[in-house]
Design a protein around this ligand. Structure first.
Ligand code: PLP
Length: 369
C-alpha cells in the first residue's frame, strides 16, 4: 500500500473529504461552470498585453499591497452601474471572490464561530468555512428554492451565527433574493449577533433587477461580494472584490497575505475595466440567451426555476444523474449539483445553446415515445 493522504496528520475535519471541482471533460459544448462563453475581444487582449508589459518592467518590486488604482477603478464601476456612490475605501480586492470569502471568514469566522447559508446554494461557502475552522450551519429553503424568511430568521435567532451568507442571484438555482428579505435577515443577524451578512452577488450583472449595493447605507455589518469571473468574462484572471463600510476593509487587512494580488493581476484587471462597456454588451446577449433557454425548456415540457443569472436550473428528473449522462452522450456537458431532481445549464453562445436544446428535446421525445 502506498503512502496516502490518510497517512498524513491532516486536520480531523478534512479527513475523508473530496476537493471541490466540476468535472473538466473535453467535450464539444461545455455549459457546466457558469463561465462567460465569449473570449475577451482582441482590442482588450492588446490592452492587457500593453499593461502587463509595463508591469513586467517592475516585477523586481512587490506590487501595490493596497491595490489602490484597481480599487479606485472598481469603485468607479460600482458607482456607475449600481447607481450608488462607492469610494476606494469601501472596496477590497483579492484573487477571485473565493479569496474574498476566505478573508471574510478568516476575519469574522474561525474556530469557535459559525456561519450559515441557505441551501442549496454556492457550496464553496460551506467548504471555505470548513477550511477556516468555522462551523457551518445549513439553513433551509422553500420547495421553490426561495428563502423561507420565517425559518431563516428562526435559524439565525437559534444558532446566532457570526456570518450569514445570502447568494443573489443564487447558485445553483438561479433565483434572485428580494431586497426586503436581505434587510430582514440583516436585522435578524444584528438582533442575534451582531454578525456579518455577506451578500454574494457573483452573478448580479445578469439579473433582471439591480444590485443590493444601496443597502450598504447605514448597515456597517453588510458586505457585498462581487467577481470579474462572470460578467467580465475573466474567470482565468482570478479577481474578486467586495464593497462594504471602510471598517470592514480595515478588518480584512488583518488576515490578508501581504502582496496577495500580483502586479500582473492588477494590470490585467485594470485593462478589463477600461473595456467595461464592450464586456457588458456581451452580458446583454447572454441575458437574452438565458431568457431563451428558460422559454424553450418550458416549451419542451421541463420545469425551470426563475433565473436572474447566466445559468438555468431545469428538471424535474427521477434520476438527474442519468439525464446528465444522456446529455453528455450528446456532446453537451451540464452540471449535476446534487440537487435532487434538477440539473443546471450555463447560458453559452447561441450555437452552444442550440446544441443543448436539441439534446434535451431529443431526450424528452424518447421519454414520451
Ligand atoms: C455564487 C458564487 N460566488 C462566488 C463564486 C467564485 O467566483 P470567483 O472565485 O471566480 O470570483 C462563484 C463561482 O462559481 C459563485 O457561483
Amino acid at each position: 500500500m502506498s503512502f496516502g493522504i490518510d497517512d498524513l496528520p491532516v486536520r480531523d475535519e478534512l479527513r475523508g473529504k473530496s476537493p471541490y471541482g466540476a468535472p473538466q471533460l473535453d467535450v464539444p459544448v461545455r455549459l457546466n461552470t457558469n463561465e462567460n462563453p465569449y473570449p475577451l475581444p482582441e482590442p482588450l487582449v492588446e490592452r492587457i498585453t500593453e499593461r502587463v508589459r509595463e508591469a513586467a518592467r517592475h516585477l523586481n518590486r512587490y506590487p501595490d499591497r493596497d491595490a489602490v488604482e484597481l480599487r479606485t477603478a472598481l469603485a468607479a464601476y460600482l458607482t456607475r452601474t449600481a447607481g450608488h456612490p462607492v469610494a476606494v475605501g469601501n472596496v477590497w480586492a483579492a484573487n477571485g471572490s473565493n479569496e474574498v470569502i476566505q478573508q471574510l471568514l478568516q476575519t469574522f469566522g474561525g474556530p469557535g464561530r459559525t456561519a450559515i447559508g441557505f441551501e442549496p446554494s454556492y457550496s464553496m461557502h460551506g467548504l471555505i468555512a470548513r477550511g477556516t475552522g468555522t462551523g457551518w450551519i445549513s439553513g433551509p429553503r422553500n420547495e421553490d428554492f426561495t428563502i423561507d424568511l420565517g425559518a431563516a430568521e428562526k435559524a439565525i435567532a437559534e444558532h446566532r451565527p457570526d456570518v450569514v451568507f445570502v447568494t443573489t442571484p443564487n447558485n445553483p438555482t438561479g433565483n434572485a433574493v428580494p431586497a426586503s428579505t436581505v434587510v430582514a435577515l440583516y436585522e435578524a443577524a444584528q438582533a442575534a449577533g451582531p454578525s456579518m451578512l455577506v451578500v454574494d452577488e457573483a452573478y448580479i450583472e445578469f439579473s433582471h433587477g439591480g444590485s443590493l449595493l444601496p443597502l450598504l447605507d447605514g448597515r456597517p455589518n453588510l458586505v457585498i461580494s462581487r467577481t470579474m469571473s462572470k460578467a467580465f468574462g475573466a474567470a482565468g484572471l482570478r479577481l474578486g472584490y467586495l464593497a462594504a463600510h471602510p471598517a470592514v476593509v480595515d478588518a480584512v487587512q488583518l488576515v490578508r497575505l501581504p502582496y496577495h494580488l500580483s502586479a500582473v493581476t492588477q494590470a490585467t484587471a485594470l485593462a478589463a475595466l477600461e473595456h467595461t462597456d464592450t464586456l457588458l454588451g456581451y452580458v446583454e446577449q447572454l441575458k437574452a440567451e438565458r431568457d431563451r433557454l428558460v422559454a424553450e425548456l418550458r416549451a419542451t415540457g421541463y420545469d425551470v426555476t426563475e433565473s436572474d443569472a447566466n445559468f438555468v436550473q431545469f428538471g424535474r428528473f427521477e434520476d438527474s444523474h442519468a439525464v446528465w449522462r444522456r446529455i453528455l452522450d450528446r456532446g453537451v456537458l451540464v452540471r449535476d449539483n446534487g440537487v435532487p431532481g434538477w440539473l443546471r445549464v450555463t447560458a453559452g453562445t447561441p450555437a452552444e445553446n442550440d446544441a443543448f436544446l436539441d439534446a434535451v428535446r431529443e431526450i424528452k421525445k424518447e421519454q414520451s415515445a
